[in-house]
Design a protein around this ligand. Structure first.
Ligand code: NAD
Length: 413
């Protein structure tokens, strides 16, 4: 019988030796990749020793939940995630049609998982569209609840859109074209600061040397500009001992981190940052962004290192987190045992880091990296990788398991 992960008064997690971890295999290709990933996780935990094991608990969401319980996101599933604090899920299909909510969005909103966290690094020899993908090693903290994604919108010609337009004209003297749809972009100080706080804590805990606030504050002064100002504010007021702004670093310290300082806080305008990630990726480490910028840059970075099949992620709140691959349920490939399980395997590695089992996470990443180096890869990578052999999803899983086994015997850790 497993036990629940609990939260200590200081906000850190207390992970028992045999934690209960709820999982959702997911829709479409979900069961294919989950079946492979779970074996990898169990073996990595067993090999890491310490008498540890995972007590997996299946919970229901998406199409399977709809079939069995008439609800795509049953309350019992949400309750289980709240109780056990850490969960992992496969992709969920959002049925196309009016009024059908996205389960993914509902999960994030209901559990207030306010940070979408995506690490991006390169696994050679995965095909990449850039010349030096190995220079990319970033982790994106994207705000998940505000901005133009807040869901406050009215269609063209609706009474609400007209009323808002009239109010805007009254308040600002500016006329909006009558045939406009209207959306609202709220960005709050509290919403920004909890996100930037998480990014800074992560950077300090993992020995990273910079956090970059990415915004479009030159144009949207009170929303994106607010994000920048409030981000610097939280760095200064809560982490003043350990952090220094880039401006002060150069003005006062000649560009060298002064004694005692561990982290440089800098900011970049979003459009310039899209150039930077291509031209000078080695200068960036942890990024904190509002929702829309974060959405774009996460996918751009994933593409730089080889695409969605390799992109892990997590949605994290206060002492609660749901880990998931970035890609969707790719219904056309479902049940064929052909897709790449790497993204969900790497999401699991993030999960082990999060619960304090960094040794398990390292094992998984190392075994996965070595497996990809064999050039026996799934179709998405094989079609672009020279001298590669295409293997099935489960066959790739077996290669990862072999490497987990070998690494242990070779005492490679
Ligand atoms: P998708 O990610 O499912 O597919 C996009 C492309 O990437 C397809 O060509 C697919 O073959 C490829 N792909 C995806 N995962 C792969 C893998 N592991 N290995 C190899 N190739 C892979 O995106 P989509 O087609 O836009 O969406 C399909 C469904 O997934 C929709 O219902 C959407 O709402 C849902 N979705 C869910 C999530 C989530 O659960 N977090 C995220 C994105 C999309």
């Amino acid at each position: 019988m497993g036990e629940a992960i609990t939260l200590r008064p200081d906000g850190t997690l207390n992970t028992p030796k045999n934690p209960v971890i709820p999982f959702v295999p997911g829709d479409g290709i979900g069961p294919d990749i989950w079946g492979v990933a779970r074996k990898v996780f169990d073996q990595a935990v067993a090999k890491s020793g310490g008498g540890r094991s995972i007590d997996w608990l299946e919970i229901y969401a998406g199409e399977k939940a709809l079939r069995e319980f008439g609800d795509t996101l049953p309350e019992a599933s949400l309750e289980a995630i709240r109780k056990f604090r850490v969960a992992i899920k496969g992709p969920l299909t959002t049925p196309v049609g009016k009024g059908i909510r996205s389960v993914n969005v509902a999960l994030r909103r209901t559990l207030d998982l306010y940070a979408c966290v995506r690490p991006v690094r390169y696994f050679p020899p995965v095909p990449s569209p850039v010349r030096h993908p190995e220079l990319v090693d970033m982790i994106v903290f994207r705000e998940n609840t505000e901005d133009v994604y807040a869901g406050i919108e009215w269609p063209k010609d609706s009474p609400e859109a007209r009323e808002v337009m009239a109010l805007v004209e009254k308040l600002s003297g500016k006329r909006i074209r009558e045939d406009s749809g209207i959306g609202i972009k709220p960005i709050s100080r509290s919403g920004t600061q909890r996100l930037v706080r998480m990014a800074i804590r992560y950077a300090l805990d993992h020995g990273k040397t910079s956090v970059t606030l990415v915004h479009k504050g030159n144009i949207m002064k009170f929303t994106e500009g607010g994000f920048r100002a409030w981000g610097y504010e939280v760095a200064e007021t809560e982490f003043g001992e350990e952090t220094i702004t880039e401006e002060r670093l150069w003005k006062e310290a000649g560009g060298v981190l002064p004694q005692g300082k561990k982290l440089v806080i800098k900011d970049r305008i979003a459009d310039a940052m899209f150039q930077q990630i291509l031209l000078q990726p080695e200068e960036y480490s942890v990024l904190a962004l509002p929702n829309l910028n974060g959405d774009y840059i996460s996918d751009a970075l994933a593409a730089q290192v080889g695409g969605l099949g390799m992109a892990p992620g997590a949605n994290i709140g206060e002492g609660i987190a749901v880990f998931e691959a970035t890609h969707g349920s790719s219904p056309k490939d479902a049940g064929k045992n052909i897709v790449n399980p790497s993204a969900v395997i790497l999401s699991g590695a993030m999960m082990f880091d999060y619960i304090g089992w960094g040794d398990v996470a390292t094992r998984i990443r190392k075994a996965l990296a070595e497996s990809i180096e064999t050039r026996h890869v799934t179709f998405d990578l094989a079609k672009q990788m020279e001298n590669s052999t295409q293997v099935l999803c489960s066959e790739f899983g077996d290669i990862v398991l072999e490497h987990l086994e070998k690494c242990w015997l070779g005492n490679a850790w």
